[in-house]
Design a protein around this ligand. Structure first.
Ligand code: DX5
Ligand code: ZN
Length: 220
């Protein structure tokens, strides 16, 4: 069970010290938004490069951008350890995932709430992670969409059938109140922004979330 705090909810004037407060987490989740694929605009390559230089934990880049075929490999080169693209924006997802892996990073595929998994199930051998969004991408602090749990279950079952090591990530509205449902449905990587950086102690929130996930996990 891995926790990936989303720095979207942290103090952007103090990124280095904020990262250090979650050094006990497994990943630092970095939300890249381009004001085209999603309405919001956050940060890009120069910031990711700077974060990679100082982060005590590996970077999990979630690219909410158009044309990931062109841009995602550059995030691998900038120092991310995991790069997730949105399937809705990808032109040739199999080649994109292969390019990412060839650069030595984990390749992730994200699905918006309205996007079904089944049409993309045959991509599993090319992937290290499937991200099931539990909010409409674009903003932190939104309400968890419990109606995405059947999709989490479906992805977990497909991974089990395939037999490979593909992680199942959830992102959006994940908190102490909602993480159990995600773990029961088969998620094993949990992104949490406001639930971590909005807590009195970010590190304590990470430990608490990991404990809850482990107790309710439906899989190894
Ligand atoms: C939403 C982002 C999420 C978001 C999570 O578009 O992908 O990573 O920051 O924030 P919370 O946990 O506050 O919903
Ligand atoms: Zn995200």
């Amino acid at each position: 069970m891995q926790i990936s705090p989303s720095i979207l909810a942290c103090d952007f004037a103090n990124l280095e010290s904020e990262l250090k407060t979650v050094a006990n987490a497994d990943w630092a989740h970095v939300d890249v938004m381009d004001a085209h694929f999603v309405p919001n605009l956050t940060l890009g390559l120069p910031i990711v490069e700077a974060l990679a230089r100082v982060s005590p934990i590996p970077l999990d880049c979630h690219l909410m951008i158009d044309d990931p075929d062109r841009w995602a490999p550059m995030y691998a080169e900038a120092g991310a350890s995991s790069v997730t693209f949105h399937i809705e924006a990808a032109h040739d997802p199999a080649s994109l995932a292969r390019n990412l892996r060839a650069l030595g990073v984990r390749a992730g595929m994200a699905l918006k709430p309205g996007t079904a998994f089944a049409p993309y199930a045959d991509l599993l051998p090319e992937l290290d992670m499937v991200l099931v969004m539990t909010v409409e991408p674009g903003f932190g602090g939104q309400s968890f969409m419990a109606d995405q749990m059947p999709k989490v279950r479906e992805v977990r079952q497909a991974v089990a059938r395939f037999g490979g090591e593909v992680w199942v990530q959830v992102d959006g509205g994940v908190s102490a109140a909602t993480i159990e449902a995600c773990a029961e449905a088969g998620a094993d990587v949990f992104v949490a922004g406001s639930a971590v950086f909005g807590a009195e102690s970010a590190a304590a929130a990470v430990d608490q979330l990991r404990g809850l996930a482990a107790r309710h996990s439906s899989h190894g």
